[in-house]
Design a protein around this ligand. Structure first.
Ligand code: SF4
Length: 231
């Protein structure tokens, strides 16, 4: 396993990060539980009501590509999650960083509001959050449907759900091809730690024949309930 940090393409390049890259455990979706290095890019084009990383809305701190790659190398994890904020707001610089991440498995977390084929092409997995009414934000359905058509083999959808979202949930799930994994996640503050029980009952009743649906709590909120950084 090797990280290339000598490529001239990365020289002088800067990305704005919301926090120092860190090693943790994936807390959501079909890759839940995997050890992963997180690179959290600053700024977001949305303002989800229940956002648990509001600190990422800031301009962040500039990091050179070399400094990021050195940190990634030091953390020595094969899985690299690029998250935010909305990472695709820095798509041009992100593309160049992804080219330097040699022999790593890369995961992009995005809200389904920005299209960037060069980044989508380079990552191994696309984790797309679908926004429900409780977030008070909307995913761009044009982007969401185009992702499902273009990258079905490496795409998953995650949906954070509050009780008020239930009327919208069935319609949203049924618009997604069955082959694409969907994880329904109870919003921690509105459901509490026991929320997966209520949602599980709902899924057993309404989606019992869906071959690719999961109900999972947000693992990082259970393990580190009082921390918003470095998890
Ligand atoms: S898209 Fe993510 S980072 Fe942005 S406001 Fe929503 S939850 Fe927070």
């Amino acid at each position: 396993m090797q990280v290339s940090n000598t490529d001239t393409a990365s020289q002088g390049r800067l990305l704005r990060l919301a926090e120092e890259p860190y090693l943790s455990i994936e807390g959501e979706g079909i890759h839940i539980g995997k050890p992963m290095t997180f690179i959290r890019l600053a700024e977001c084009n949305l303002r989800c009501k229940w956002c648990d990383t509001k600190f990422s809305w800031s301009k962040g701190v500039e990091w050179s590509h070399k400094a990021i790659l050195d940190r990634v190398k030091k953390l020595s994890c094969v899985n690299i999650s690029v998250t935010g904020g909305e990472p695709l707001l820095q798509a041009a610089e992100l593309q160049i960083l992804l080219d330097q991440l040699v022999s790593r498995i890369t995961y992009l977390n995005t809200s389904g509001t920005v299209w960037s084929a060069p980044v989508f092409d380079k990552v191994d997995w696309i984790n797309c959050d679908l926004k429900m009414p409780s977030s008070q934000m909307k995913s761009d359905l044009t982007v969401v449907h185009r992702l499902a058509e273009t990258y079905p083999e490496k795409l998953q959808f995650k949906i954070v759900v509050s009780p008020e979202d239930i009327p919208h949930l069935l319609k949203t799930v049924k618009e997604i091809p069955l082959s694409i994994p969907i994880t329904i996640q109870p919003e921690y503050n509105s459901y509490g730690a026991e929320g997966a029980v209520d949602l599980s009952e709902w899924v057993k009743t309404h989606l019992q024949n869906h071959i690719n649906i999961r109900v999972l709590p947000q693992l990082h909120r259970l393990i580190w309930p009082s921390r918003d950084r470095g998890v």
